[in-house]
Design a protein around this ligand. Structure first.
Ligand code: KIV
Length: 262
């Protein structure tokens, strides 16, 4: 799938996206019907154990993007510009964006509208498709005072609504809406011509995205209201690990069939 094909899905059918951080899950996702993947900066938390996305650097994002690109086929690959990497001088911002595109991304995502509109326009004019991200923007977790639902107060609702229109005008090909009320996500989705992708934004966005490890039930400590476990992953993997352990300790594994003969 490419960017125009992704965009043409608006008003045709819902779009499914998942995060992906490595080559083996990229290979699994390639065989699925999921439309597109995001190398999200959430990898700082999920893969590297940090408590926020702030430690993700451009080098780390490029490393994971390269790994995903090696495993992925025929899916759209979007990568996150990490914290502060696009808030420098224009040449440095462009260099950061270029390194993720050269790592194999087909487009990039950045958070927020304030102070980003000119950059979005410049990157789009330079041939880099940009996905916006509004609502709960985790790179601003310190300013927001935590990972909280956004846009519930009238002024916030209005601000996010207008910023969505600004990002579309600046040239974004799509917009992620994270942890906002259904009514706001629906109003933005109706207003914009570009597809909206929701996470914790209700059912009326043009598509949905979840963190792969969260929806597979691998991260049992994290269970916000919007998250559905589509697999009991932690339980099933735990059982497999103990089955392996028992087979090794009993001498049942490896069998003669699983061993080499002279
Ligand atoms: O980093 C990430 O995983 C994201 C998604 C949750 C949208 O930005």
């Amino acid at each position: 799938m490419n960017i125009p094909e992704f965009q043409s899905l608006k008003n045709q059918r819902k779009i499914s996206m998942l995060t992906c951080y490595d080559a083996w899950s990229a290979r699994l996702l390639s065989k699925s019907n999921v439309d597109a993947v995001l190398v999200g900066d959430s990898l700082a938390m999920v893969m590297h154990g940090h408590s926020s996305t702030l430690p993700a650097s451009i080098e780390l994002m490029a490393l994971h993007t390269e790994a995903v690109a090696r495993g992925l086929s025929e899916k759209l690959l979007i990568a996150d510009l990490p914290f502060l990497s696009y808030r420098m001088q224009l040449t440095d911002n462009v260099k950061a964006a270029g390194s993720l595109m050269r790592a194999g991304a087909h487009g990039l995502k950045l958070e927020g509208a304030r102070g980003n509109l000119e950059l979005v326009q410049h990157l789009v004019d330079s041939g880099i498709p940009i996905m916006g991200h509004l609502g709960l923007t985790p790179q601003s977790v310190n300013q927001l005072g935590g990972f909280k639902v956004q846009g519930q107060a009238a002024a916030e609702y209005e601000r996010i609504f207008h910023e969505a229109k600004d990002l579309e005008k600046a040239g974004c090909f799509s917009l992620v809406l994270e942890c906002v009320p259904t009514k706001l996500a629906a109003a933005i989705t109706r207003e914009l011509k570009i597809p909206t992708i929701g996470i914790g934004a209700g059912p009326e966005t043009d598509g949905q995205i979840l963190v792969l490890q969260d929806m597979l039930g691998l991260n049992t400590q994290f269970k916000p209201k919007f998250l559905r476990h589509f697999l009991d992953g932690a339980e099933q993997i735990g059982q497999a690990l103990n089955t392996y352990d028992a087979a090794v300790k009993s001498g049942e594994y490896p069998s003669a069939k699983e061993s080499y003969n002279l």
